[in-house]
Ligand binder design. Structure first.
Ligand code: PEP
Length: 252
């Protein structure tokens, strides 16, 4: 059995005061939702304050990115050990990092290894752009992102991995994939690619999330699919009612 996981990616939104306000609305209602792993990924600046607020809660914190090096002259970057001070999770290879900051599969792979070394749970994002989707390249692109991004991972650690399938055309557009289409990508492309790397038994234990315009009203369309183990949520994670609704849908 794979425990469902719902993660909110706040992106570059919310000051510390705003972050505290949102968490004060989420904290109690989210605690009451059982059998779902819940994760908030605020900007780095809010991690210390939210970590104090969430002490003793089952809501975990995640970083939206990190560097792979442990320390050094990397101005503006955050090291794995710094993330680990506040977080159990880290998002790696989000499509916005790939598109706007030139992040390549090789760097995704370095970050993944750093995350595992620091005992973080990596949420590795994969997904095709609209052009790639329309050109029938989904399988080729996603398989490559998995095989290069997750290369050389010790199978003993692979069960800790979380993969998020986020078709880029569905992110922030309000045009979610259908549940069935996303499930087909997971069943026919992602899980087989994981099986090629780690064998079927381990591949079956790895959680795969869907991300892309998930809301409280469409969430159950995804969570009722056999292969979808939760969601990575952007815009809707900034609204307490929406995120609580999505988390409740994952619990059912
Ligand atoms: C995301 O940024 O990972 C995401 C899925 O965004 P949205 O839910 O806004 O489409």
């Amino acid at each position: 059995m794979r425990t469902p996981l719902v993660a909110g990616n706040w992106k570059m939104n919310k000051t510390v005061a705003e972050a505290r306000e949102l968490v004060s609305k989420l904290n109690v209602p989210m605690r009451e939702i059982a059998n779902v792993e819940k994760v908030l990924c605020p900007p780095f600046t809010s991690l210390p304050a939210l970590s104090a607020m969430l002490a003793g809660s089952d809501i975990g914190l995640g970083a939206q990115n990190m560097h792979w090096e442990e320390k050094g002259a990397f101005t503006g970057e955050i090291a794995p050990g710094m993330v680990k001070e506040f977080c159990r999770y880290v998002i790696i290879g989000h499509s916005e990092r790939r598109a706007y900051f030139g992040e390549m599969d090789a760097n995704v792979n370095r970050k993944l290894h750093a995350a595992l070394k620091f005992d973080l749970i990596p949420i590795v994002c994969v997904g095709e752009t609209l052009d790639q989707y329309e050109s029938g390249l989904t399988s080729e692109v996603v398989r490559r992102q998995i095989s290069l991004g997750l290369a050389d991972t010790d199978p003993a650690f692979a069960t800790r991995l979380v993969v998020a399938y986020e078709p880029v055309w569905a992110i922030g557009t309000g045009k979610a994939s259908s549940g069935e289409n996303a499930n087909t990508v997971l069943a026919q492309i992602i899980r087989p690619a994981l099986s090629d790397l780690f064998g079927m038994e381990i591949a079956q234990s790895i959680r795969i999330l869907y991300g892309g315009s998930v809301t409280a009203s469409n969430a159950s369309e995804f969570f009722t699919q056999s292969e979808i183990d939760g969601a990575l949520v952007g815009g809707a994670s900034l609204k307490a009612d929406e995120f609580i609704g999505i988390t409740k849908a994952a619990a059912q």
